[in-house]
Design a binder for this molecule. Sequence first.
Ligand code: C2O
Ligand code: CU
Length: 542
Amino acid sequence: AVHKHYWVVKQTNFTKLCTTSTILTVNGSFPGPEIHARKGDTVFVTVQNDGPYGITIHWHGVRQPRNPWSDGPEYITQCPIKPGGNFTQEINLSKEEGTVWWHAHSDWSRATVHGAIKVFPANGTSYPFNEPDGDQTIVFSSWYKSNVMDVLNEALAAGSDPNVSDAYTINGEPGDSYNCSKETMYSLLVETGKTYLLRIVNAILNEEMFFAIANHNMTVVGSDGAYVKPFSTDYLFITPGQTMDVLVTANQSASYYYMVLTPFLDTESSYDNTTSTALIKYSGNYTTPSSIPTPTFPNISDSISAQLFVVRLKSLADAAHPINVPTNITRQYFMTVSVNLFACPNSTGCTVDGNNKLAASLNNDSFLLPSTSMLQEYYDSNYNVSGFADQLPDKPPTPFNYTTVVNMSAYTSEGRGVITLNYGDEVEILFQGTNIGATQNHPMHLHGYGFYLVGTGSGDFDNGTDRGRFNLVDPPEVNTIGVPRKGWSAIRFKADNPGVWFLHCHFERHITWGMSTVVIVKNGDTNETSMRPPPSYMPPCS
Ligand code: C2O
Ligand code: CU
């Protein structure tokens, strides 16, 4: 089936936390509109930009086979849609099933411009679990009272971590631990004995989160638009960019129960630990409870619980949902992910101490966004990468003790290093966390692909023992993975989607500082293994 949507990006006033703020929305709603489709459907979205600045929209987790032209990251696959302009994107849902999402991909506008994409099973097929009685999207977002672009610009000018958001929200609402927020707290109405599919989207800008429901376990059945082997848990760990599909059965006595959202923070972080709330309310006749049960969940810096959750994710990998993990690796990257410093030439733009500014890097290269579309440059140069980009080295310039010794130089270079792959390459990227400038988790996200998380662990990656423990049988197929602080994550994928695809940390502050690169997958020999040509109506770059 084909679906068509017309979206208007515009400024809209909302009153939250006792303050009226003007935010950018799609069609006036926060979170934005949902897209509903079945696997195999195509969705056309026309985005009319009636906002004050240029914007682009990205379909996070949708592979967009052969069609990077509709992927959306600004200056990677297109120039922004200018105020007054519009752009129609084609979203081809041939590979995903479950929940993915969409968000703005220009500066920090994704703070308020985002929404869920529900992908139901294809006609004639069904869920790999009993049909749920209810289906509800739960979106986590960051709420700033002030304009989020000002927050970004202040952070850039100050050269330090941006302000923490004023609240995390659950379906747009902070909940009753905040002033002026009790009446509007989100509540999910349930009926005793019924089972609900909750489609959880973490659209928060800068923090990984824990989520739990009092007295109710969750059965995780999907993540990032693919099914996983069901497992029961009393908390979720979810990074920005990730989605989790969970089943919850209303099997407790009819009452109210808190759902609670709280950040997982690095111990070094200055971020606060504000908790956001929502309710599960059973239908029926009972007196409103005077005290509502609250869940217990991991401590704010409990990296062990965070990792224990990640390693429970396994692909369903049954006959109807086969997987295909590359085992004949033709391209291998060992990639350090770091927050470091950049020595400013002639001391211009120096914000840390007069000589340096904050930067973030992959293999010690901090990515500079161009001001044109890299995809268009690639296409116009007849697929010649060397005209507009350099190659990112396949390992860090100097090996060092990544996670225990801090005495190595903090400095990074700046540039436009990309990864160029041949069609059909079997690729392994080993992300190695470092403690150069700060030790933080980094939720790494790749456009255009699902990838297999074949291993993750703590410390420096050990090519013997760690590699020997890789899961090549049923690793989860995901699009975003939190590389643990002082640890590593290994991913594999087959380069079978030609195009120009952004690879970046999904913390907005780190993408701003350059923790990104671009994966260019060359065309194969046939039309079916080559990029489609651009539509005639790409947003102009000048
Ligand atoms: Cu959620 Cu570049 O993406
Ligand atoms: Cu990061």
